[in-house]
Every structure is written in structure tokens, then in C-alpha cells.
Design a protein around this ligand. Structure first.
Ligand SMILES: Nc1ncnc2c1ncn2[C@@H]1O[C@H](COP(=O)(O)OP(=O)(O)OP(=O)(O)O)[C@@H](O)[C@H]1O
Ligand SMILES: [Mg+2]
Length: 232
């Protein structure tokens, strides 16, 4: 579904990505793993048209995405739950959800009711403003809002960051349900253990280079790799 080859990118004169390879097959969950500052968010920025690559190729369903405007990337069916959530603070929960809604194909289309079923907390908070939500509720809203675009590929950047353990567990449960429903996902998360329980394939990034790729069971069997490239 998605293939990235030889991707390189710069912020001004500062090169963040040198040689990134990544592949995502339909229906699978891919983990992007690496220490802070190794380029995971930058790969996502390139994928969503927020940063123009200086080399390499990004292909989604055979179409080259390099340098495509973000709104067009969204139309192709990619949706992002960004680092820091970025919900609309002055809109209510429900307004946030309908603001980005896009009709899906067939009967699998996401609706407010389905989002509220997935996150009952959001239903209780439906008339609250974004600013009145806890961190966990904001994260749920960010995920709900991304789902309302009926994505074919959902990308989550640090979706459990800074949340209480019980809320993290709830988010991981929701992601497992989405996987079961067949949603294709790329997940970036510092909790490698929890990530490997969800993901099928994983790519380790180190200083802007893909240094390892393999299945979750292969990586779980190699704690020295995790120690070297993640540090825990
Ligand atoms: N807007 C920016 N301007 C200049 N340099 C940036 C910018 N954003 C990121 N960088 C640099 O690019 C490199 C990759 O950063 P990136 O945000 O992709 O890392 P990451 O893997 O997402 O890590 P984390 O989210 O844990 O910080 C880092 O060296 C970072 O300092
Ligand atoms: Mg990041």
C-alpha cells in the first residue's frame, strides 16, 4: 500500500533524513521505532506533504506523493493523529469530530455513533470545548477526528505520550480493535513493548536512516537491538 525508498529531507540546512526505507502492506500495523530526534516525525511530515523531500520516493497505491499538498494527501485516504494532538480548542468535542468528517466508501463508514461507541468518554463530553478536556480525552478526540475522515491508512505519532497508565491501556485497546477491523496503521510510540504487541512489521530509524526492519516476533527475540536503538 505504501512504499518509501531512499527518502532524504532537510529543515533548512539541517538534514534530518538521509536514507529511509519503509513498506506498509494493506491491513497491517507497522511500528516506527527509534530514539528521540531520529526522524520519525520527519518521515510523517514528508508523507503528509508538510515537508518536501530532497531525495527518494514515497508511493501510495502506486502514486508518487512527493511534494503533494497536504489536502490532496488527505483525499487519497491518509489520516494523521499528530504529535501533540492539535485538536480545535474552541470547538466542542462533537464539532471537532464533524469538522473533518469525510464520507467513506461502502457500509464501513465512520459515524459519530461509532466513534462514541469506541470512546464512551467522548459521548459524555460531547458538548465540552477542546480546552475543557483532559489529556487522555484530547487524545481520544484526536483519534476519533482522524477516523471520521474514513482513512485507508491511519498514522499515529506518540498517541500514548504523557498519559496516565490506565488511559494508555485504553488507547492501546482501541488500536487493537481498529487493527482487528482491518485498518492499516503506522504507529510511532516510545513504549516499544506495547507497540510490538500491536504491530506486525517494524522499522528502526537511527539518525535518519532505516537500520533494521523485521517482524515483531523477530524484534522481540532481539533485546540487544532494542537496547542499542531505543535504550530500554
Ligand atoms: N522544525 C524543525 N526545524 C529544524 N530541525 C528540526 C525540526 N523538526 C525536527 N528537527 C530535527 O530533525 C531531527 C529529527 O527530528 P524528528 O522530530 O523527526 O524526530 P523524532 O524521531 O520524531 O523524535 P521525537 O518525536 O522523539 O523528538 C532532529 O535532529 C530534530 O532536531
Ligand atoms: Mg516525533
Amino acid at each position: 500500500m505504501l512504499s518509501i525508498q531512499g527518502l532524504a529531507a532537510k529543515y533548512g540546512s539541517c538534514q534530518a533524513l538521509f536514507d529511509i526505507d519503509l513498506e506498509v502492506k494493506r491491513g497491517e500495523v507497522v511500528g516506527l521505532i527509534g530514539r528521540n530526534g531520529m526522524g520519525r516525525t520527519t518521515v510523517i511530515n514528508c508523507l503528509f506533504g508538510l515537508l518536501k523531500p530532497v531525495a527518494g520516493e514515497i508511493k501510495f497505491d502506486g502514486r508518487v506523493l512527493n511534494g503533494m499538498a497536504p489536502y490532496r494527501v488527505g483525499r487519497l485516504g491518509l489520516s494523521l493523529v499528530p504529535e501533540g494532538r492539535q485538536i480545535f480548542p474552541t470547538l466542542t468535542v462533537e464539532e471537532n469530530l464533524v469538522a473533518t468528517a469525510k464520507r467513506g466508501e461502502g457500509s464501513s463508514s465512520w459515524t459519530l455513533e461509532r466513534i462514541y461507541e469506541l470512546f464512551p468518554r467522548l459521548k459524555e463530553r460531547r458538548t465540552n470545548l477542546g480546552t475543557q478536556l483532559s489529556g487522555g480525552e484530547q487524545q481520544m478526540l484526536a483519534i476519533g477526528r482522524a477516523l471520521m475522515t474514513n482513512p485507508r491508512l491511519l498514522v499515529l505519532d506518540e498517541a500514548t505520550e504523557g498519559l496516565a497508565p490506565i488511559v494508555r491501556a485504553e488507547i492501546w485497546n482501541v488500536l487493537a480493535k481498529l487493527k482487528q477491523d482491518g485498518l492499516t496503521m503506522i504507529v510511532v510510540d516510545k513504549n516499544t513493548k506495547a507497540l510490538l504487541r500491536l504491530s506486525d512489521h517494524n522499522f528502526i530509524l537511527d539518525k535518519g536512516v532505516t537500520v533494521w526492519r523485521g517482524t515483531s516476533s523477530e524484534l522481540s527475540a532481539r533485546p540487544e537491538l532494542i537496547a542499542q536503538y531505543v535504550g530500554v
